[in-house]
Design a protein. Structure first.
Length: 240
């Protein structure tokens, strides 16, 4: 597993992007998210989501329950914070890699589409059914759509926030995250993220928004019950 985080402003130590990883009896559970909001509102939302994910991921038996717990807490925070307007929300992707590493489940709440990188091919993991971001779930009902995907040996799941795909070059063109990943790459999550970030900073001189990325690779030959990586934390401002 590997992570990268780049703040849009070099002096910023806290932004609205977040991610967390927990190895649980139900599988390896991950979340990446992006808070719509500013200042202390954004920080409160980040802390709320990380806290509820920590508890829910370890104790709740299925992925929809984890997502619902996050939805409830985000809505509760919005109801208690007078300065937090209705339109504040969190886009997020929740992932649960099965204990035998053969497949994973994913719930996408209005977040940029993750990618599956394998043998020089990139597959966009578009959800079969779209879902509203966290904090707006009361508008769509209690059902949490979850998709299941195979995870072959050597494949890497790449998650990222919109600070990457909204980066513009001098002509105003957005960055396309797919081409940098279509060349032969080692089955290594750090190498995959470094290839994409190197292309990103060839595309643009500076970011207009914070950018976070998380990648997890099923190693070639990894068998059922293989040891997993420990949880990781972002290094603010790190590009490498």
């Amino acid at each position: 597993m590997a992570t990268r985080y780049q703040a849009a402003q070099e002096e910023a130590l806290i932004g609205g992007d977040l991610y967390a990883v927990h190895d649980t009896p139900h599988g390896l559970r991950l979340v990446i998210g992006d808070v719509r909001g500013k200042g202390t509102r954004s920080v409160s939302m980040v802390n709320t989501l990380l806290g509820v994910f920590h508890a829910a991921a370890l104790h709740l038996p299925d992925l929809p329950s984890v997502v619902q717990a996050a939805e409830i807490q985000v809505q509760d925070l919005k109801s208690r914070e007078e300065e937090m307007p209705f339109e504040d929300f969190v886009t997020a992707v929740f992932v649960e890699i099965l204990p035998d590493r053969s497949a994973f489940r994913m719930a996408n709440r209005g977040h940029p589409t993750p990618l599956l990188v394998h043998d020089g091919r990139v597959t966009a993991l578009e959800p079969k059914e779209t879902s509203l971001p966290l904090g707006l779930g009361d508008l769509a009902g209690p059902v949490v759509p979850v998709d299941r995907y195979d995870l072959p040996p050597g494949a890497t799941v790449v998650l990222f926030t919109d600070g990457i795909i909204e980066a513009r070059d001098r002509t105003g063109a957005f960055f396309d995250p797919v081409p940098p990943l279509t060349c032969p790459l080692p089955a290594d999550p750090g190498a995959v993220l470094d290839a994409r970030l190197a292309a990103l900073f060839r595309h643009t001189d500076e970011l207009g928004d914070d950018a976070a990325a998380l990648a997890v690779t099923r190693l070639p030959g990894e068998e059922t019950g293989a040891e997993t990586s420990a949880p990781v934390r972002p290094e603010p401002g790190s590009r490498v």
